[in-house]
Ligand binder design. Structure first.
Ligand SMILES: Cc1cc2nc3c(=O)[nH]c(=O)nc-3n(C[C@H](O)[C@H](O)[C@H](O)COP(=O)(O)O)c2cc1C
Length: 206
């Protein structure tokens, strides 16, 4: 379909980055890194195109549209991270851009049918972080069909691995993966996303 429903707002202005840092939940690194890239799901641009073809866009009101826009923004983010690293720069992806979405929309002057999905700090890190271990590969890769039988064991194994990692790097407040994730996923951690998406015209019944 060649929809290209992604736009990027490049923020270099220090005062604007400081405000984004605040809105994202006091994430100081957003103010410190010289560049912040806001990845925007953009069905405004496509609606304009469809209007020019004499039709009215509907896809932005559908789950399919939101998933497609999210996938596209994720692909863009991943490539930006790889490109930045390949140029010797360092990055921090920022989901906190959705913490206060209405204020972010106003700050970046985003039009209707757009949404700030994710951000990226680009700059130079002071010290490289230790590589964080991931879940065992067998909880991720499935051959021919999904196998749920080893998941619980793999998750328990990962809790153990992660606690060893926290201990090794001296992070005394490090939690097991299960309880850390429960702190976020046992609630809707960014409850303002839904009303902001609705006021951008992005939530329909389709
Ligand atoms: C889409 C996305 C959003 C993220 N949002 C934030 C964020 O708002 N603030 C932050 O400090 N880190 C953020 N991170 C970084 C993750 O916390 C980090 O990638 C994860 O804990 C795994 O650690 P690692 O990348 O060092 O292996 C984000 C990562 C991704 C992929």
């Amino acid at each position: 379909m060649n929809g290209q429903q992604v736009s990027v707002v490049v923020v270099q202005d220090a005062a604007r980055r400081a405000r984004i840092a605040e809105l994202a939940g006091d994430q100081a690194w957003i103010a410190r890194a010289p560049v912040f890239l806001a990845v925007i799901m953009d069905f405004h641009k496509t609606a304009l195109a469809i209007g020019m073809a004499g039709r009215q866009q509907l896809i932005h009101e559908s789950v399919e549209g939101l998933l497609m826009g999210g996938v596209d923004c994720g692909i863009a983010l991943g490539h930006m991270m790889t490109a930045a690293r390949s140029l010797g720069l360092d990055v921090v992806p920022i989901g906190g851009i959705r913490r206060n979405p209405q204020a972010m929309i106003e700050l970046l002057q985003l039009p209707d049918k757009t949404f700030p999905l994710v951000g990226l700090c680009v700059g130079h890190i002071d010290q490289a972080a230790a590589q964080k271990p991931r879940l065992p590969e067998y909880t991720f890769r499935h051959d021919e069909r999904y196998d749920a039988s080893r998941l619980a064991g793999g998750i328990a194994e990962y809790d153990h691995t992660l606690m060893q990692h926290w201990q090794k790097i001296g992070q005394s407040d490090g939690l097991p993966w299960t309880s850390n994730l429960a702190r976020s996923y046992a609630r809707v951690y960014y409850p303002d996303v839904r009303p902001a998406a609705a006021s951008q015209g992005l939530l329909g019944d389709k």
